[in-house]
Design a binder for this molecule. Sequence first.
Ligand SMILES: *[C@@H]1O[C@H](CO)[C@@H](O)[C@H](O)[C@H]1NC(C)=O
Ligand SMILES: *[C@@H]1O[C@H](CO)[C@@H](O)[C@H](O)[C@H]1NC(C)=O
Ligand SMILES: *[C@@H]1O[C@H](CO)[C@@H](O)[C@H](O)[C@H]1NC(C)=O
Ligand SMILES: *[C@@H]1O[C@H](CO)[C@@H](O)[C@H](O)[C@H]1NC(C)=O
Ligand SMILES: *[C@@H]1O[C@H](CO)[C@@H](O)[C@H](O)[C@H]1NC(C)=O
Length: 555
Amino acid sequence: MERFVTLVVGLCFLLVGNGFDVAVSSPTEQQPYRTAYHFQPPKNWMNGPMYYKGIYHLFYQANPHGAVWGNISWGHSISYDLVNWVHLDYAIYPSEPYDINGCWSGSVTILSGGNPAILYTGINFENNQVQNLAVPRNLSDPFLKEWVKSPYNPLMTPLGGIDPKQYRDPTTAWLGPDKVWRAIIGSQINGHGTALLYHSKTFFNWTRGENPLHFSNKTGMWECPDFYPVSISVKNGLDTSVQGRDIKHVLKASFSDHDYYVIGKYDVQTDKYIVDFDFMDSGEQFRYDYGIFYASKTFYDSAKKRRILWGWVTEADSQSDDINKGWAGLQSFPRSILLDKSGRQLVQWPVEEVEKLRTKQVNLHNKELKGGSVHEISGVTASQADVEISFELSNLKEAEFIHANLVDPQVLCSQRKASTKGTIGPFGLLVLASKDLTEQTAISFQIFKGLKKYNVLMCSDQSRSSLREGVDKTTFGAFVDVDPSREKISLRSLIDHSIVESFGGEGRTCMTARVYPKLAIDKEAHLYAFNNGSQSVTITSLTAWSMKKAQIAPL
Ligand SMILES: *[C@@H]1O[C@H](CO)[C@@H](O)[C@H](O)[C@H]1NC(C)=O
Ligand SMILES: *[C@@H]1O[C@H](CO)[C@@H](O)[C@H](O)[C@H]1NC(C)=O
Ligand SMILES: *[C@@H]1O[C@H](CO)[C@@H](O)[C@H](O)[C@H]1NC(C)=O
Ligand SMILES: *[C@@H]1O[C@H](CO)[C@@H](O)[C@H](O)[C@H]1NC(C)=O
Ligand SMILES: *[C@@H]1O[C@H](CO)[C@@H](O)[C@H](O)[C@H]1NC(C)=O
């Protein structure tokens, strides 16, 4: 197996590899952290996913020529089911003056005639960032293996005071009733995050609007922006160009290591976007994921009428560990994304196709967990599992008081780790745990009484996840918008050797962790439910499944 080196530069992707060799899995004795059903190209990070004539396409960044950073190109993999993947040859690579120093991130748009088109950032001969177009060479090729660059490239250049080094990641374009396409580009003005808005009738000739679609002077540079409609009334995803009354628009921007989003009303006539709560404006700060998750992108799946989110999940071990492993980074499991019924936030859930991988199942119902107890869930492969659990609480009035507006939930989680006894909670799952619990990753909830309502804190505690040194064991935390006096507290976790993706409150709060146990590997991994509060809690239902390995390999 050949090695590749990963260099994460402070941009929204930039990992490098040297071909597909590393995608071939090696024995788990040597590769205890390699995942079985999460997409791992040799190289990672997202460009633009799309669905076209029965096939899902995933594009990602790679260096075809070497183990160092350079020649950044678009890797290309395809799937019929979002679970099993085939790696194809590179779709786009540096070849022209306008992209000779790299083909960076971008997005796919399905044009009016149904044909796909890629807008991507090229790093030109002057090391400036410009936007380019590529289209499939042969639309009869079902895999769309070859892409050709437009003779009109570059289509957009950093004119009029735009910083040529901070001008990248064009979004999927949307079409107005005026038959004009719109797309946004991540940038900064006076150091502040900005989504520059462009218009085009032809898709070749783009002009920048007088005003950006949105900006925030409370953030820095925006990378990998995403802009799409969500429905207030139906539980479907919407195609990117859909406008209408029962629709709100989500703007996502990647900055400060996280993917933040705002929700607002977009008027396609005026191109004005009015947000409900702005980035960094109040206590209402929403992230797609409160763990490791960046540079994500959504696409519309017209076959199943859903919008699907992919995020890039980096490693939490050291770069020398990555060189030894021969790989670094992976994709979150694709998630369908909808507006919550509250209208205030989004909800995410692993796409249903993940259920194809479920095999052996165990169930548990109405099991009381007394304060301080641990209950093993045996009978599933705990290193490769899908777990759904829900809890019912009594004695809520005993909950401790907090001023939720005055605390940072992540800080609260690191002060109140799973190893600290509470009143109502911490309770939840111990995943990738060794038999003796020396190693364990706790995904847990604690209930606090606030001024007006109960506050449900969700934590992912990595502090005891590995006996290994030199691994980032930061604790993650966020509140979940559920009312424990009316609703059960639910948790779903996708466990896959070195990644734990958790969905609290039916997907209202998501947290992805990377963990590298030394003991709790493969068959030595165990799964437990636990309660470390003084009050007992009841597991109303638990279902856990062993998961099969997905087929992810070169053609
Ligand atoms: C980029 O590709 C060219 C060949 O096209 C190769 O000569 C060069 O070494 C590559 N650079 C890097 C940094 O991989
Ligand atoms: C286009 O793709 C189809 C299907 O793979 C193939 O039969 C045809 O020969 C291709 N055309 C060209 C010009 O490559
Ligand atoms: C490009 O679009 C602008 C604005 O619509 C128009 O003024 C200009 O003539 C167009 N250029 C070309 C080459 O079509
Ligand atoms: C942010 O920008 C707005 C509009 O330009 C301006 O009114 C406001 O003073 C700025 N705030 C800060 C904190 O810079
Ligand atoms: C529960 O709390 C005790 C006391 O802090 C601690 O020793 C124990 O490890 C905790 N249990 C779990 C499962 O974390």
